[in-house]
Design a binder for this molecule. Structure first.
Ligand SMILES: Nc1nc2c(ncn2[C@@H]2O[C@H](COP(=O)(O)OP(=O)(O)OP(=O)(O)O)[C@@H](O)[C@H]2O)c(=O)[nH]1
Ligand SMILES: [Mg+2]
Length: 230
């Protein structure tokens, strides 16, 4: 027996199911957010397309923050623990979530990973989402800061093509700025496209390779942590 009658309009069933899944996720994310707030923990959810530099930025960030702040990482990928290995080399505690076929992290995955990581004593928790500019945008993870990355190699129009990732983010970070000239990156166009979909977002420019912009990025993170302590 098929679950859906062959002549049924599939959209009439899919939409309520998606709404129910997202509603459940939102409820769990709200509980996580309350827990993170009660701990005074800054939680940062990093979203971007595959290979745009999330792990490289985090490795450099963890190295720069290390003397001042204790940070942990939850990292999501469909397969492998490659990113966890790179991140652990900084000395930070890291939990890798392998999602199999699922293209995003959800609040339940973060709750389990956070319990495994242990949050006591941390100032900051970074969540590196699965590389994907679509699905992660719909899943609240209880974060205090959502950050969308756009690398100079992927095209200035991506904020217009994938608006939700940028619209729901507090900050947009232009990555791999050391390659900007070589690839003919049009900075003004990229900034205008981000502004078009996310007028209020903070826009930062970094290179995890050269360290350009890392001081500003770390100051931005520090100011977020300060808001968690009030
Ligand atoms: N030149 C240059 N290369 C970079 C920079 N940041 C990252 N890369 C390179 O870009 C590639 C992808 O970087 P990752 O940090 O793995 O990207 P990611 O977003 O974590 O990728 P996924 O986790 O697979 O989605 C690697 O070869 C990095 O060395 C940068 O600032 N400058
Ligand atoms: Mg990565």
């Amino acid at each position: 027996m098929p679950e859906v009658a062959p002549d049924a309009d599939p959209d009439r069933r899919v939409v309520p199911v998606q709404q129910a899944v997202l509603g459940k996720n939102d409820a769990m994310a709200a509980a996580l957010r309350a827990d993170f707030r009660s701990r005074g923990l800054g939680v940062v959810n990093l979203l971007s397309s595959p290979g745009s530099g999330k792990t490289a930025l985090l490795v450099r960030t963890l190295e720069e923050l290390r003397p001042h702040r204790r940070a942990g990482v939850i990292v999501g990928d469909l397969a492998t623990d490659n990113d966890a290995v790179r991140l652990r080399a900084t000395g930070a505690p890291v939990v890798q979530v392998t999602t199999g076929t699922v293209c995003h992290l959800d609040a339940a995955m973060v709750a389990r990973a956070a319990a495994e990581l242990g949050l006591d004593g941390l100032d900051l928790l970074f969540i590196e989402n699965v590389g994907n500019l679509v699905c992660p945008a719909s899943y609240d993870l209880g974060e205090g800061l959502r950050v969308a990355l756009l690398s100079v190699t992927e095209g200035e129009d991506k904020p217009l093509k994938y608006p939700k990732a940028f619209r729901t983010s507090h900050a947009a970070v232009l990555t791999k700025m050391d390659l900007a000239e070589a690839v003919g990156f049009d900075r003004e166009a990229a900034v205008a496209n981000i502004r078009n979909v996310a007028p209020e977002a903070t826009i930062l420019e970094v290179s995890a390779r050269t360290g350009l912009g890392m001081a500003g990025w770390c100051a931005y993170l520090a100011s977020h942590v300060a808001t968690r302590r009030t």
